[in-house]
Design a protein around this ligand. Structure first.
Ligand code: PLP
Length: 388
């Protein structure tokens, strides 16, 4: 049976070239990068090179790149580490984020709320964008941190990060961005965007799982997150995952080098998909705006049906996509992102996220749209919600 993977926002396959770069560090070069002997030093030098590559890719200094176990840890560290430390230093206690963040941000911010912080979740417009004056009005003298994701994982909206960071800085707050979904298709220069902290992850850019980075601008000192050994300049203890670090660097290097070509390819298949779906399936709506959107995302509501049933039928046809995000599927709650952009609750359940990657072909899209038409028709015949 044909298989088509349209869930690149959940995770991406490991690029073969990344695997090749990692292989020596999974086999021959097994030293602990903290050991002083030659086995350790060989591993340490690979970590050094990886850190330099990553720093170059985002226009940071090597000493501003901290390895973590992934995007979730980087986000936890940014929120908790900055909140705790800067309340101590400044006496401020207000955190601003948005209603459409990844759960690792939303839950970290709620955790700080439990520990006495005031928290504001900014609304977004129907395109999934934070309006600049919404942030401006939410800022107070007590605001110590603003955290706004660069690109959303469900509807793909891309925020005006530079402008938002400027508003935060004007009021003396730090600015963090979760760039996990942005790294594969948006050139990210931390100095140009003027962010203080930025999270990203290996497995969303054809790299390995279980590795990520928190960029921390020099001079900014979050509290330590993992307390232990001297790794990561004592800020994040734990034996360095050398093969994953090497893999993340190679994945990011390739992503940046090949971004233009891949973006053109991915956008072409995504747009072809949307054009076919819009002209061949009735009673649908595309969620989120098209202008400020990552090239690989399409989020479509099919009226009168349950997204979960549609996912199942598509899965039977070998097609992988997602309702909401992987983290919230399985729950009966409608997606918090679709709610925030104003999708009516009655139809939010019929929403599917299709995310495209560098290996998606036009033939894949044709197969998916044909299967989708069948599945939607079948479900609508059975649906008590169908009105026509
Ligand atoms: C996947 C994702 C994360 C979590 O990253 P992990 O490396 O899987 O922990 C965080 N934020 C966004 C926007 C994501 O898409």
């Amino acid at each position: 049976m044909k298989k088509v993977y349209l869930d690149y926002a959940a995770t991406t396959p490991l690029d073969r070239r990344v695997l090749n770069a990692m292989t020596p560090y999974l086999t021959e070069v097994y030293g602990n990068a903290n050991s002083v002997h030659s086995f350790g030093q060989e591993a340490a030098s690979a970590v050094d090179n990886a850190r330099r590559t990553i720093a170059d890719c985002i226009n940071a200094k090597r000493t501003e790149v901290y390895f973590t176990s992934g995007g979730t840890e980087a986000n936890n560290w940014a929120i908790k580490g900055i909140a705790v430390r800067y309340r101590e230093i400044t006496g401020k206690n207000h955190i601003i984020t948005t209603k459409i963040e990844h759960p690792s941000i939303i839950e970290s911010v709620k955790y700080m709320e439990k520990h006495g912080f005031d928290v504001t979740f900014l609304p977004v417009n129907s395109d999934g964008l934070v309006e600049l004056d919404t942030l401006e009005k939410a800022m107070t003298d007590k605001t110590l941190l603003v955290s706004i994701m660069t690109a959303n994982n469900e509807v793909g909206s891309v925020q005006p990060i530079k402008e938002l960071a400027e508003i935060a800085h004007a009021k003396g707050a730090l600015f963090h961005t979760d760039a996990v979904q942005a790294m594969s298709s948006i050139k990210t220069d931390v100095r140009e965007k003027n962010v203080d902290l930025m999270s990203f992850s290996g497995h969303k850019i054809y790299g390995p799982k279980g590795i990520g980075v928190l960029y921390v601008k020099s001079g900014i000192k979050p509290d330590k997150f993992m307390i232990g050994g001297h790794q990561e300049r004592t800020m994040r203890g734990g034996t360095t995952n050398v093969p994953a670090v090497v893999g993340l660097a190679e994945a990011l290097r390739l992503t940046v080098a090949e971004m233009e070509d891949n973006n053109a390819k991915v956008k072409a298949v995504r747009d072809y998909f949307l054009q076919r779906v819009q002209s061949e399936i009735s009673h649908i709506r595309v969620n989120g705006g098209m202008e400020h959107r990552v090239v690989g995302n399409a989020n479509v509501t099919f009226e009168f049906i349950e997204g979960e049933s549609l996912l199942l039928l598509l899965d039977l046809a070998g097609i992988a996509c997602s309702s909401g995000s992987a983290c919230s599927s399985g729950s009966l709650e409608p997606s918090h992102v679709l709610m925030a952009i104003g999708v009516p609750i009655e139809i939010a359940h019929g929403s599917i996220r299709f995310t495209f990657g560098k290996d998606t072909s036009r033939e894949d899209v044709d197969y998916v749209v044909d299967s989708l038409k069948n599945a939607v028709e079948k479900l609508r015949i059975m649906s008590p919600l169908t009105r026509d």
